[in-house]
Design a protein around this ligand. Structure first.
Ligand code: ARG
Length: 470
């Protein structure tokens, strides 16, 4: 005889659910990853039931031992959910009943899957946000190390993807670090707000049993218990906010990815990817493709999608728990999985790329990238910027027509364009001078970039400590 499946709500129903409902309703295939967190919540809840006299000392001891045993069995795979288990909570209650008989049924007192699932998801996410921050720190470190190794190397700085002004390549690499560093800061802010425990809220109204939500919250590493049980079981702001953070990380990775795709192209040739982070073509023997960077760029699509999907699920939901909320998890899990698989690959790509410094240096002044320096020199000599802009603009056109660059101009040619263009204007027509002159805070002058790098290293160290210790 096959055993009837464990259900947490069967009593008032005649017969079991239809296959179609069961197939629609089941979530254990994805929420099983919450099992360790559900078990942690169960241990805390068991202690509270013990403290309230709802479990005797002996029952509490047996309950905790069974939970430990079940956790071990989950780890080894000896205990597994089956298709008949509706969700992770049902599966684990079955495991407890198998171990304790009717005593296993006492743990559900004062608890609902509504407060359980909200708690489990927060716990899972707080753990995994720390892993994501660790991976972000590795990427930041890879970028900072390349910035350090290539300190002093100039490259074309671009706006509209056109040569604008020369910058230090390190300055550009560190720009990406700032974006990632804000991502970390957002996740740390998120963590403070997510540090609220819904356990004790029950289905929606709290419990008539003498539970101790504050004690449970602290045992589970939360800062506090939720002050409103209705909000606690229906709030998924923490999931939406995380998905925004994940989507923005995706956007940042896509922008970095796009730059790497460009840098690795024959047209740019700024970098050479290490073979271990590039792929070949099945037909074109010469190809070396930037698939890591392209996948980093492409994954932004699903990360943004998860945010939009959850906001759409949440919009218009009445208080409190509604089954729609079961749709919160897969997007969150996929966002976590995606970031944990993309970040190490991008870090490896950055850490191992070789920078073609000569090529970059040669390109840095091209496209008349020193035109602004020339105009600003004239301004320092008393020419109105409007006039200076015009003079240099004419010079650029003259060069284009005569197929010349700024550095190939004779004294006569300069003077022909404008009397302001005396031979000594050449003093600013060089890349090191242009870089050094941008020495105000935040600029690309080598000293400023070195300071920036030192500050970022310190900030990233603090982030690493937070991820490891909190
Ligand atoms: N699997 C459900 C979810 O993820 C658990 C909560 C179910 N609660 C309920 N009352 N049906 O949301």
């Amino acid at each position: 005889m096959t055993k009837a499946p464990t259900r947490l709500w069967g009593a008032r129903f005649e017969g079991g659910p239809s296959d179609a409902l069961a197939r629609l309703s089941v979530s254990v295939q994805f929420d099983w990853r919450l099992a360790p967190y559900d078990l942690a919540g169960s241990r805390a809840h068991a202690r509270v039931l013990g403290g309230a006299g709802l479990l005797s000392d002996d029952e509490l001891t047996r309950m905790l031992a069974a939970l430990d045993d079940l956790e071990e069995a989950c780890k080894t795979g000896e205990f597994r959910p089956t298709v008949a288990d509706e969700d992770v909570h049902t599966a684990l209650e079955r495991g407890l009943l198998e171990r304790l008989g009717s005593l296993g049924g006492k743990l559900r007192a004062g608890r609902s899957r509504n407060d359980q699932v909200a708690t489990d998801l927060r716990l899972y996410m707080r753990d995994h946000v720390r892993l994501i921050v660790s991976r972000l720190v590795e990427l930041e470190t890879a970028l900072i190390s390349q910035a350090e190794a290539n300190m002093g190397v100039a490259c074309p700085g671009m706006t509209h993807l056109q040569h604008a002004q020369p910058v230090l390549f390190s300055h550009q690499l560190l720009a990406h670090v700032h974006a990632l560093s804000r991502d970390v800061s957002r996740l740390r802010d998120w963590d403070r707000r997510a540090s609220v425990s819904p356990l004790g809220s029950g289905a929606l109204a709290g419990s008539s049993l003498p539970l101790d939500p504050q004690a449970v919250a602290l045992e589970l590493g939360f800062d506090a218990a939720a002050p409103n049980s209705m909000d606690a079981v229906s709030d998924r702001d923490f999931a939406a906010e995380f998905l925004f953070d994940a989507a923005l990380i995706g956007v940042h990775l896509s922008r970095l990815g796009e730059e790497i795709v460009l840098w690795a192209s024959t047209e740019f040739r700024w970098i050479e990817m290490d073979d271990s982070y590039a792929t070949g073509s099945s037909i074109m023997p010469q190809k070396k493709n930037p698939d890591v960077a392209e996948l980093a760029r492409g994954k932004a699509g699903r990360l943004i999608g998860h945010l939009v999907a959850l906001l759409t699920v949440l919009k218009g939901l009445p208080l409190t728990y509604n089954r729609d909320l079961q749709e919160d998890k897969e997007g969150v899990f996929d966002a976590v999985d995606t970031l944990l698989v993309v970040l190490p690959a991008v870090s490896g790509l950055i850490a191992t790329m070789r920078v073609n410094t000569e090529r970059m240096e040669a390109l840095a002044p091209q496209g008349f990238a020193l035109a602004t320096d020339l105009a600003e020199l004239l301004v320092r000599r008393g020419v109105a910027f409007r006039d200076a802009h015009e003079v240099v603009g004419h010079l650029v056109v003259w060069c284009q027509v005569n197929d010349k660059d700024f550095d190939g101009l004779t004294d006569e040619e300069l003077a022909k364009v404008s009397p302001h263009l005396t031979p000594d204007v050449r003093e600013v027509l060089n890349v090191p001078g242009a870089l050094a002159s941008r020495k105000a805070y935040g600029g690309t002058a080598p000293d400023r970039v070195q300071e920036q790098l030192t500050a970022l290293r310190a900030a990233v160290d603090t982030q690493a400590t937070w991820a490891a210790d909190s």
